[in-house]
Design a protein around this ligand. Sequence first.
Ligand code: NYM
Length: 210
Amino acid sequence: MAKRGAFIVIEGLDRSGKTTQVTTLQARLETEGIPVKLFKFPDRTTAVGNMIDSYLRSQSELDDRAIHLLFSANRWELATTIEALVSQGTTVVCDRYAFSGVAFSAAKGLPLDWCRSPDVSLPAPDVTLFLDITPEKARERGGYGEERYEKEEMQRKVRDIFRDISSEFDKGTWVTIDAGREREDVAVDVWKCARPLTSGLTSPVQRLWE
Ligand code: NYM
């Protein structure tokens, strides 16, 4: 039976070094000769992504539920591409996914179940690596940026919700990594989790929250 590629999601709080880790993992996979494609959500390049970008930069206002659905639509518009790549043997690494969608919207006060529902049945990651950092450590790294949500109070709530979400998954599919350490040490842990998946998988891609 032909093996498929892995679907690896890296989630994390702002200032957790997520983008660095995603890029490092991509480079490592390439060095090992494993076909890899990187995705990042929100993908601001699509028509839906343009609306999200404008909202995040406070250039437009949207109802909390409307923006939540746009974030989800942004994933759905790429879901078929992700699945096709994985089934052709490419490993897909994704910078944020549905878990960010739930965590950020629920932190604004929307009900958790409501937040989850538009993302039900998306391709489920084989593993989600959650880069965890305390708001104190994030502050040491120069604090947050200028976009919406990049405030300490919000980040605290988001962190709590990520923890709630993580408790629904078993240890094999959700791994919390202490991202408050040196980037090289974090990269070692990321690779340790990703490596077992790189020899290919035979099980079909699962559906999220089904
Ligand atoms: N974000 C991201 C959401 O609120 N919902 C989502 O579904 C996703 C994928 O967008 N603060 C938020 C989290 C971030 C912001 O992400 C932009 P990034 O990784 O900074 O571009």
